[in-house]
Ligand binder design. Structure first.
Ligand code: T4K
Length: 382
């Protein structure tokens, strides 16, 4: 709830959509309405898939209605059963997709430096029941893809990536989308690139791609049902939106990177409040991840979050709590007696700040001034 005289009269959100060229989008809507082709492998869907394939340099792109369903389709297409090693420090969709498909998530701690799956921890968790590793390129930071690739090959495991945050990011000059057996992007409204709702599975595996296409559409192949399948199709409206967003991706990246740099300088002098991942040259900078050291700052992460909300700065506690502490998984995890110290620490300390095309440098400077003043007052009072 905002206070009496908030710093911003309108709320500043984390996850305000980056919008592409509105005129082009509306003309595409007109066009698809004129042609009366609204879904089922329409021309915008095909154009969107082709553009993603080219942009990422992958062999196949199967666009779907959201990333959660995308993950489920890959898990099903690869017939993953038994145990799958996955971080608990992620959005619950990653883990739900496994559980919904009948696999058992085995929670693994993350590397505190990049917030993604720790390959050494993952190796310790492998048992004869393990079928796969599911990494998450959190905040667009690539997982330790080389180490995970080596591990998966040595132990004959499937390797998947939840790349929901990582469209447009790269590792050692290679675009995210080219690692593991398959990677899944999200095009939800809050993502770097959005189609309202949507997602894409990309893979360099021809057989897997074909299976995914059939799974996406009722198990149909040339009009005949040849396997089990669901409805995971994206509409032409969403595909037109995704295509239009894709055309503006350079602009989105530029704005995000500028905002990231602006936050770094605005918070440089604020003790205990630090912007993580300053180097965004290979990332999409869609997340401004801030770590709060309560002792240094004189305020806890949660109190800071409340103070920002009172000023209409709607910072978010992504991700809290860890999935291992959520009702569907907590009891089973507790029974193992295992702990995820890095995950727990990050869940208690991180805060996401508003960014994207609707946030200006002036907004960021005002947020920086407010936080500097707040922390200085708290330190004087201590
Ligand atoms: N894997 C990972 C690692 C993910 O982060 C996600 C999704 C997935 C998989 C699954 O992808 P999808 O199946 O969704 O394609 C949001 C999103 O709903 C979710 O897609 C996203 N991650 C997650 C990180 O964030 P909430 O519950 O925090 O969203 P919500 O509705 O509170 O929106 C956040 C803020 O964004 C709002 O305060 C206002 C702003 N907003 C939101 C929408 C929807 C807008 O300004 N306009 C909008 O249209 O989960």
């Amino acid at each position: 709830m905002p206070g009496k005289n908030p710093l911003f009269s309108e709320p500043l959100h984390v996850g305000r959509p980056n919008l592409g060229d509105r005129t082009r989008l509306l003309s595409r809507f007109e066009d698809l309405l004129d042609r009366q082709w609204l879904t089922n492998d329409g021309p915008y869907l095909q154009a969107f898939e082709a553009a993603i394939t080219e942009c990422l340099g992958v062999r196949h792109c199967v666009v779907v209605c959201n990333a959660t369903i995308g993950l489920q389709l890959v898990i099903r297409a690869l017939n993953l059963q038994g145990e799958v090693i996955v971080p608990a420090f992620t959005f619950p969709a990653t883990v739900h997709a496994l559980a919904l498909e009948g696999a058992t998530p085995i929670f693994c701690d993350v590397d505190p430096n990049n917030h993604s799956l720790d390959p050494r921890e993952a190796e310790r968790l492998i048992t004869p029941q393990t079928s796969a590793i599911l990494g998450v390129h959190l905040w667009g930071n690539p997982c330790a893809v080389d180490a995970l690739d080596d591990l998966a090959k040595r132990r004959r495991l499937r390797l998947l990536y939840d790349a929901a945050h990582a469209f447009g990011c790269s590792h050692a000059g290679r675009m995210i989308g080219n690692f593991g057996d398959a990677e899944v992007f999200s095009f939800h409204a809050t993502k770097f690139l959005n189609s309202g709702e949507g997602g894409a599975i990309v893979t360099n595996d021809d057989v897997l791609a074909e299976r995914l296409r059939r799974l996406r559409s009722f198990g149909l192949h040339q009009g005949e049902v040849v396997q089990l399948g669901t409805n995971a199709k994206m509409t032409e409206f969403c595909a037109a939106m995704g295509l239009t967003s894709l055309e503006s991706r350079e602009l989105f990246i530029e704005r995000n990177r500028e905002n990231h740099a602006a936050y770094q300088s605005a918070l440089a002098e604020t003790s205990g409040i630090r912007v993580l991942f300053p180097e965004q040259n290979a990332g999409n900078a869609q997340y401004v991840v801030v770590e709060v050291d309560a002792q240094q700052a004189g305020i806890t992460r949660d109190d800071l979050c409340r103070a920002l909300h009172a000023e209409n700065v709607l910072a978010k506690r992504y991700f809290w709590p860890g999935c291992h502490r959520m009702p569907p998984y907590a009891r089973v995890f507790e029974a193992t007696g295992r702990r995820l110290p890095h995950t727990d620490r990050l869940c208690e300390r991180l805060l996401q700040f508003p960014t994207g095309c609707s946030v200006s440098h002036l907004d960021i400077a005002r947020i920086g001034n407010f936080l500097q003043g707040l922390v200085a007052r708290l330190r004087r009072a201590a």
